[in-house]
Structures are given as C-alpha cells and as structure tokens.
Design a binder for this molecule. Structure first.
Ligand code: NAD
Length: 342
C-alpha cells in the first residue's frame, strides 16, 4: 500500500483493499451515506457492502454522466440526507468518478456547513485528479463547474482494481489527464503509457497524484502556480461545451494540449519537437484529433473562469517538464489559433 499525505488527509493507494473497516475506525458511531452513480452501483454495490462490515449504508444513486452534476441534484442529495437524519459527524462517501466526487464534495461542504467526507474514486480521472485538491463543483444551466467550493475529504481510498471495468472511452478520458501530468511533471508516466497495454498500477496512479499534490500544497486556492494543472484545459473546456459534452473531458484536454503547443510554437515559446512527439504518441494510442475549428468553440473560450476582459492566463509548455504561465490577449490567442489551423 502507498500512502500519500496532504496537510489535512491521507490518500491510501493499492490495487485492492480487503476491507475498509480500518479506514472507518474513527467513525464507528457514524451513519454512512454513499453517493454513487448507476453504473458504479450496479458493478460495485455488493463489493462496497462487503468491505464495510456491520454497517448500514444509505445509498443515493445518480444517473451517470455530467448531466447529473447539477445544483438541482445537489439539493436532491441534501433532501435525502435530511430525510435520513444525517448529522455533521456522520459520513458522506463519494463512490464513483469525477461527477460523483465533485457533487458529493460540494454537498459535503454546504450541508450543515460541513459534514465528514470520504472519497472512494473509481475512474482514472477521479483517482488522480478530482478526489485530490479540494475543488468541488456543480454545473448550473449551461455553465460547467460554475458553482463550487474548496473542501477536503478526511480520507481518500484509492483502489486501482476498480479501473479494470472502465470502458474504452473512459480509459482514453483518463489518458488525457495522465498525459498532461506526464508532460508537466513526470515523464515516467508517459513512458509507462507508451508501453501499450497499460496496467494501472498503484505506482502509476501514485506518480500522477504526487504531481497534483505538489501544486495543491503550493497554491491550494488556485491563484497562481496551481493553474499549471490547467495545461490543455482552456481550449479543452471550450471544446467540451461547444460540442455539448459529446467530446469527453480527457479527449478535449488532449485536443487542448495540441492547440496549446501549436499556439506556443506560433509564438516562439514552445519547442516544436514536442508537438511532433505528442502527435506520434497519440497515433500509437489510437487517438484521432477531432476536426474542430476555432469558430465552433470561440464563444466558449470567453467563459473560462481564468479569463479577463483583456486576455487569459494561458499555460504553455516550453518543453517537457517546463510549463510556463503567461497572460495572452484574446486577439493574440485568436490569431495564433486561426493561423495554425489545418
Ligand atoms: N474537482 C476537480 O478537481 C476535478 C478535476 C478533474 C475533473 N473533474 C470533474 O470530473 C468529471 C469527470 O470525471 P470522470 O471522467 O470520472 O467522469 P464520470 O464520473 O462521469 O465517470 C465516467 C463514467 O465511468 C463510469 N464509471 C465510474 N467508475 C467506473 C468503474 N470503476 N467501472 C466502470 N465504469 C465506471 C461512470 O458511471 C460514468 O459513466 C467532470 O465533471 C469534471 O469536471 C473535477
């Protein structure tokens, strides 16, 4: 078992844990409220109930997908907690992907001004990203992640065995974040992905978590250096919204990274070899770059939370492991994106 410690909580990582009782030892008297989605419930309800002995579990099951991550559903969960008499010292457990950890984290932060939270992430994205760093969010109307808080869990229990049942789309989705993390912080991650049939070892997942941890500790509230984790996300988020989320987060982030490299090369900031290497790597893993033109996602770029009226803080990569944040004006960004389009 690997343990990664953040200032307020530990992340326990292993291929599989026999049972979770030792993690819940401090919460013997607490009721357990588990939020999940229908896929995870179907696949792992029995597993979780077996791993938590002699405890009743109150389940709240969401329809799967980002459409469920709404303020309305957050209040539906609150309704469920109230009806079942949840108190601050009870436990709210997020059991699922990033949608589940985001909405459950959000509810945990506002219900009675804060209820105990445990994350048991079951996708690559939730294991290496959404369950770490305290960001919670729900979507409101068409605005993604527009409502949110910072709120830490008490523990994160990370079992890589859950990843065995992910569908191909979700694996590619996770690749986006893994490739990003490799490029900005740890090339070993890229080497491991390059091996083809990836075994999601606790080592691979831990490496990615370590990079996120570094940025989270330095800049918890995402005012400066934590923005680096946004590499590929400015354009990625715009593309997700412009395609009505038909392009998944990870795939959009890959597209966003390619665009960020193209913009960097155009502006003389990025080593052009990096783009060639990334394209070659993507070809190997079978990623097809979507043919999306600037016009299609332009309006969504302006909705980026990091954008201002005169421009946006944009994450460039000068070379592998050399990210650089610079403010770029909207007109310069447009010029670079349009002129590098094929
Ligand atoms: N808070 C943060 O810091 C942060 C960071 C990154 C992403 N996010 C958010 O995370 C979300 C994306 O996360 P995601 O990719 O995990 O999406 P997701 O939660 O929608 O999960 C993807 C799909 O995988 C299924 N699934 C989950 N675990 C499974 C398993 N073990 N086996 C089989 N299927 C399984 C789910 O039912 C779903 O259909 C987005 O809403 C994004 O905004 C948040």
């Amino acid at each position: 078992m690997k343990i990664i410690s953040l200032p307020k909580y530990n992340i326990y990582i292993d291929r599989s844990f026999e049972n979770y009782d030792r993690f819940l030892g401090d919460y013997q008297e607490s009721k357990l409220f588990v939020v999940t989605d229908e896929n995870v419930y179907f696949l792992y309800k029995d597993t979780l109930e077996r791993k938590v002995t002699n405890r009743d579990i109150f389940w709240y099951v969401l329809v799967d997908g980002d459409y469920s991550k709404t303020s309305e559903n957050a209040f539906n969960i609150i309704d469920f907690l109230i009806k079942n008499g949840a108190k601050r010292n009870d436990l709210l457990i997020a059991f699922g992907g990033g949608v589940v950890t985001d909405i459950t984290g959000f509810v945990a932060s506002i219900y009675m001004r804060g209820i105990n939270l445990i994350h048991i992430p079951t996708t690559i994205i939730s294991q290496i990203d959404s369950s770490i760093g305290g960001k919670t969010a729900v979507n409101y109307e068409q605005y993604k992640n527009i409502v949110g808080t910072f709120y830490d869990p008490m523990i994160v229990i990370c079992e890589t065995k859950y990843l065995d049942t992910l569908q191909k789309k979700e694996i590619l989705n996770g690749y986006g974040e893994l490739i990003k993390t490799g490029l900005i912080g740890d090339v070993e991650i890229l080497h491991e992905l390059d091996l083809g049939d990836v075994n999601y070892s606790p080592d691979l997942i831990s490496r990615a978590i370590e990079i996120k941890k570094k940025y989270v500790i330095e800049d918890y509230f995402d005012k400066s250096i934590r923005n680096t984790l946004n590499f590929g996300h400015t354009i990625g988020h715009a593309v997700e919204a412009a395609t009505n989320f038909e392009i998944s987060h990870g795939e959009a982030v890959i597209f966003g990274m390619i665009k960020a490299l193209e913009v960097g090369i155009y502006l003389g900031l990025t080593n052009h070899k990096l783009l060639d290497d990334l394209n070659e790597f993507l070809q190997k893993i079978g990623y097809k770059v979507p043919n999306l033109k600037y016009k299609k996602y332009e309006k969504y770029l302006f909705m980026d939370k990091k954008g201002k009226s005169d421009g946006i803080r944009f994450v460039f990569l000068e070379d592998v492991l050399k990210p650089k944040i610079e403010t770029i004006s909207w007109s310069k960004l447009k010029d670079a994106l349009v002129n590098t389009e094929k």
